[in-house]
Design a protein around this ligand. Sequence first.
Ligand code: PLP
Length: 403
Amino acid sequence: MFLLNTTADYRLSLDPRDEKALGIVAAEEVERYLAFRDEHVVTPLVALPGLAREIGVGAIHVKDEGHRLGLGSFKALGGAYAVIRLVLEQAQQKLGRAIDMAELHSPDVRAVAQGMTVACATDGNHGRSVAQGAQLTGARAAIFVHSGVSNERVSAIARFGAEMIRVEGTYNESVREAARIAEAKGWIIVSDTSWPGYERIPGLVMQGYTALVREALRQMPEPPTHVFIQSGVGGVAAAVAGHLAIALGDRRPVFTVVDPARAACLFETARAGRPVAIAHGEPTVMAMLECYEPSLVAWRILSRAADAFMTVDEGDAIEIMNRLARPISGDPAIVAGESGGVGLAAAIKAAADPAIKTALSIDQRSRIFVVNTEGATDPGKYEEITGLLPAVVAAKIQEGALI
Ligand SMILES: Cc1ncc(COP(=O)(O)O)c(C=O)c1O
């Protein structure tokens, strides 16, 4: 399914709150914070010239977030950053003086963090990031997971010392349960989705994601003409679209938001012209994108800065994992988890469909930018789908060999 943005807010300037949260100054601050992180390295930008030739475009660049901060997904940028910011803010209040990131590990700040509990609901990746931020600062973390989250993903979060709480039902039900219990216990909810009256912390989470856009703009020979970003609640799509709109103004690329057909909450929201919750259907293999209600802040940005919305099918997600593991024509391999390559799957679909290609003005000069939002965050699932061990693909990438 494909839809151009025809909502009333389309092409309006961003809301001043979002301009500030996703603007250049905020993004520079995120990168300054990152520089203090031991695990921080700029993630690779991978060119796929062979695939670009095959689908008839000028260039394809993939920002590979499978390498981010040792967590395997771009979510590492958001939750942990928000936790650090909240700890520093609380330290500032308690200690009565300005506190810089450089003081994060000082005994005074650590003592404040030890009195804090951060909580969130997660499909897997966001919780890993919040738990890592808590461990880094010395705060406690309570992470809520719904019944569809694999045991492998739960263990990956528990490894950071977080208390894990299983909740019956879907992701959206786990979001509500986390908020309810956190309220009762005085914990701080660090959610990657927002709802009426709860916007500031999800705004910080999204602000953290801007780092990947800044890095990519520096790594690319020229800014992209087309961007395809996959969405769960829409946070990363909104952060990328919002920051590109601010950084590039009129030269901003044509931006398409991509949902799984089985969990198309942004697509249906765009169709309705207002945020809508959709019915829970069959689960999707794109586990991290299985969200049934958009983030309100994300929608406020995307309704203005996204040009189109489209869906991909289950088979597309599986095919792209395999294509990236066994690339064509001399392209390097990329390890992409079930939700990682979905933006690229949509780009390939768009280029192959004459109506979508025309609607988005894709031609042989187009420079497409996508994000591999996760590596093999569930290695068992990766092997099941591709028939390859993630470590084997990664070793071949290191050697520069094709599989
Ligand atoms: C790997 C991956 N890709 C994409 C997304 C979608 O991000 P958002 O929920 O901000 O739209 C997620 C969310 O958890 C994710 O983990």
